[in-house]
Design a protein around this ligand. Structure first.
Ligand code: NAD
Length: 483
């Protein structure tokens, strides 16, 4: 089913046709029942499970990641999300009764969720399957038609998604996949969708937001991160060291929520760094299924990692594992080494800008106030973790962190619970997906008030003559009490 995939790039001139088709299909699809939509979700889920091996191969070949990560972070997340939507989607989107105040006596009120229209989804290359399909599934389930533009860096995964959508046999135009690069993305944004769901870099997110603002197109922006991990002296240090290594190096650090800065309480700093180095040295790197780490996905990202590591080394940082960039051997692929860096300072690029590579810079902190100040000291706010055996203290620290997601004594994993909303603050993004809000995002909330229509008139309608005293009395009676 997924063999011999052809990658046919969408021409810019085709964009208008995609929109015409999407708008036509939207007006039919929005009337489909949730039960019908669930059938498509089930079909997609069973197709993914039935072709798991082929999809793993395509994802690994296109991204350089190891097979375990193709399954756990790209494929499992999608089938889990499909199942979640099948079970909980209707509840999130059915009309919700809300109380009606006494002042509106005789009416009933509810919120209805109305699909927005044509949703444009633009996705990145690091989890190309998951980050394309999860928003597509949510938007389609909510009754929208969707145009998806996956990343040009992972074109085979884009073509596999296109094939998967064909196999699902959605009505024509409900989900269309356009393959191509930045220019195509920009052209699709200009095409005037009703909603844009973008996952990618801060730079592109800002460009898209500016273009969307011209027509007040609402957006969700899922952008970059520089996630801090705070390890207190009373943490389970062995667990924290293993967690830090996985959190920093999974998918070769090409994760918006990976641990990009590690702050360790000074009294245990040296002991912790020794544990970290020992954990890193146990890992193996290569392309087979037994390896822990694969290669970087594309040369552009390798250059950014090089720049950040070189900047840190020039300013006095030291590598405890791995090699400086001038000694990397890239002759067999983008297999750059895993780097633990110490003697870093907050101004270095490695502590401020998103590196998106296998680098773990470690810094000591004196007290909780300093840890919080350092952790909050970047323009990002996607995820963070706090490690302590005193859960009350950990929760207290977590509450001080300016971050869309916080994990205690664990890393990254909040994104794996589809009941939880996911998204960033500051330059990490705008809006949320996953959870109930992640389905409602793809709808207009419509306020509905219903009166039985039996009374001739309402108190607040004309004429006003003789009503002033009555309304004044009502205000005093209803709102005059202190409590
Ligand atoms: P990118 O911004 O370069 O590209 C993302 C997508 O946008 C691609 O499909 C690209 O073709 C398209 N694009 C580029 N310029 C465009 C334009 N002017 N108009 C419309 N579309 C355009 O990002 P990337 O390098 O593919 O992905 C890595 C980034 O994504 C990292 O910053 C990472 O943190 C972020 N990311 C965020 C999340 C999250 O959920 N917050 C998840 C994964 C990745």
């Amino acid at each position: 089913m997924f063999a011999n995939l052809t990658i046919h790039d969408t021409k810019l001139e085709e964009c208008q046709g995609l929109y015409r088709c999407a708008w036509t299909s939207f007006h039919i699809w929005k009337h489909s029942s949730f039960q019908d939509r669930i059938l498509y979700m089930r079909k997609m889920r069973s197709l993914i499970v039935a072709h798991l091996d082929q999809l793993i191969d395509i994802i690994c070949a296109d991204t350089g990641k190891v097979p375990v990560e193709a399954v756990t972070a790209d494929l499992l997340t999608v089938v889990d999300y499909l199942k979640h939507v099948e079970k909980h989607g209707v509840k999130a989107l059915r009309p919700q009764k809300v109380p009606t105040p006494l002042t509106l006596f005789g009416r009933r009120s509810c919120i209805e969720y109305q699909p927005r229209g044509v949703v444009l989804v633009i996705s990145p290359w690091n989890y190309p399957f998951q980050l394309s399909l999860v928003p597509v599934i949510a938007a389609v389930f909510a009754g929208n038609s969707v145009i998806l533009k996956p990343s040009e860096v992972t074109p085979k995964v884009g073509a596999a998604i296109k094939r998967l959508i064909e196999l699902c046999e959605f009505p024509p135009g409900v989900v269309q996949v356009a393959l191509g690069g930045k220019d195509l993305g920009a052209e699709l944004v200009k095409g005037g969708p009703d909603y844009i769901f973008f996952t990618g870099s801060v730079r592109t997110g800002k460009t898209i937001q500016q273009e969307a603002a011209k027509r007040l197109i609402p957006t969700t922006l899922e952008l970059g991160g520089k996630d801090p991990m705070i390890v207190c002296a009373d943490a389970n240090l062995k667990r924290a060291a293993k967690g830090a290594v996985w959190g920093a190096f999974t998918n070769m650090g090409q994760v918006c929520m990976s641990v990009e800065r590690l702050y360790v309480e000074r009294s245990v700093h040296d002991q912790f760094v020794t544990l970290l180095v020992a954990e890193v040295e146990k890992l193996t790197q290569g392309s087979g299924s037994d390896h822990d780490l694969g290669a970087m996905t594309w040369p552009g990202q390798v250059e950014i990692v090089k720049e950040h590591v070189n900047d840190a080394l020039t300013r006095g940082a030291k590598l405890l594992t791995g090699l400086p960039p001038d000694k990397w051997d890239l002759s067999k692929g983008l297999f750059i080494p895993l780097m633990v860096l110490v003697d870093v300072t907050p101004e270095m690029k490695i502590m401020q800008e998103e590196t998106f590579g296998p680098v773990l810079p470690v810094m000591p902190f004196e007290d909780i106030d300093e840890a919080v100040r350092l952790a909050n000291g970047t323009s990002f706010g996607l995820n963070a973790s706090v490690w302590s055996s005193d859960l009350k203290k950990a929760r207290r620290i977590a509450r001080e962190l300016v971050s869309g997601n916080v994990v205690i004594n664990d890393v990254i994993i909040s994104v794996a619970n589809p009941h939880l909303p996911f998204g960033g603050v500051k330059e990490s993004g705008i809006g949320r997906y996953h959870g109930e809000v992640g389905l409602q995002t793809f709808c207009h909330q419509r306020a509905v008030v219903v009166s039985r229509g039996r009374r001739k008139s309402e108190l607040n309608w004309y004429p006003y003559r003789g009503k002033l005293a009555l309304f004044k009395k009502m205000v005093k009676l209803l709102y005059g009490r202190k409590r």
